[in-house]
Design a binder for this molecule. Structure first.
Ligand SMILES: [Mg+2]
Length: 127
């Protein structure tokens, strides 16, 4: 099995509406640690504005995290006004499938954003 992300980006803010439209992505499943927040658990104003802008453009966002620190994920989710699920057990399919249902989009129209290829990205490739 060959795994590869569709894009390597330094920061989530580099995911633009143009990029999403070009790739027919209508929803994003977002990781938290080292993706929405940095190593020091800091959520930047840039990420807050980025999420707001994408939502205004009709992109659905959902946070899916493996962490057992519920309050940490909840804090980020509240700040961004996004629904979330922690203890997601990524890369197992169950968490992703549940969120796909909630988002109401086809898998090919959902992007997964994360810093770990084996936990965050593996699900997206057809088996
Ligand atoms: Mg992470």
């Amino acid at each position: 099995m060959i795994l590869y992300p569709k894009a390597y980006l330094e920061r989530v803010e580099q995911i633009t509406i143009e990029f999403l439209q070009k790739n027919q992505i209508k929803a994003l499943i977002l990781d938290v640690d080292n993706t929405l927040i940095d190593y020091n658990r800091k959520l930047s104003e840039e990420v807050v504005q980025w999420a707001k802008k994408l939502k205004q453009q009709g992109i659905k966002l959902y946070i899916l995290s493996n962490t057992n620190h519920k309050e940490k994920v909840e804090e980020v989710a509240k700040a961004l006004d996004i629904e979330y699920q922690n203890l997601a057990k990524k890369p197992f399919k169950s968490g992703f499938l549940k969120v796909e249902k909630i988002l109401g989009e086809k898998p090919e129209n959902i992007g997964v954003v994360g810093d770990q290829i084996f936990t965050d990205v593996i699900r997206r490739k057809p088996c």
